[in-house]
Design a protein. Structure first.
Length: 173
């Protein structure tokens, strides 16, 4: 498979997770998932992980996936795109948000404050969880997984910088 084909197929597959992970910043949630509770001296998750962002991200990521399912038959078969279904797109979106929440939990255990950057970890926890969750319904090839592990930090960096420039985020990571 050529690199452009791999890129298109990988992005097609992971798009619900990427969208789900990016959506919470737009939703401006107010109710923290951890209800403001601490575990030890630190918050369990922090104010950045909210019910609105988590549920909204899963819904938006799943809706994007449903649009992909609808569009699939209109696209050329020669693209070799994965035939997605509701279970796959829901699991990708839910996995992405679960990974993001798990990442925050780990960062709080190491006393890393909300908004502080932890390179590589911040960019990949959502991807790892999305791939794990969705693996019960679809297993991409190793070439796609490797490509996504290379591509995701770049996409994450670029989208966070755009969100920062648009004043949707208080820092560029």
């Amino acid at each position: 498979m050529s690199l452009p084909e791999l890129a298109v197929q990988s992005l097609w597959f992971i798009l619900p997770a990427y969208i789900a992970n990016a959506s919470p910043v737009l939703l401006k949630g107010r109710r923290p998932l951890d209800f403001g509770k601490k575990w030890g001296k630190n918050r369990i998750l922090g104010d950045g992980k909210t019910w609105e962002g988590t549920i909204g991200g899963i819904v938006i990521g799943t809706m994007v996936g449903l649009l992909q399912i609808y569009a699939h038959n209109s696209l050329p078969a020669s693209l070799g795109l994965a035939k997605l279904d509701f279970a796959i797109v829901f699991l990708l979106a839910a996995g992405a948000l679960a990974g993001d929440v798990a990442g925050s939990f780990v960062k709080r255990r190491f006393s890393i404050p909300r908004g502080a950057h932890l390179p590589v970890f911040d960019q990949l926890t959502f991807l790892v969880a999305a791939l794990l969750f969705s693996s019960v319904a679809y297993r991409p090839g190793s070439d796609m997984i490797i490509f996504l592990f290379i591509l995701t930090p770049i996409v994450h960096w670029a989208t966070n910088n755009v969100a920062y420039m648009l004043k949707l985020k208080s820092n560029p990571w």
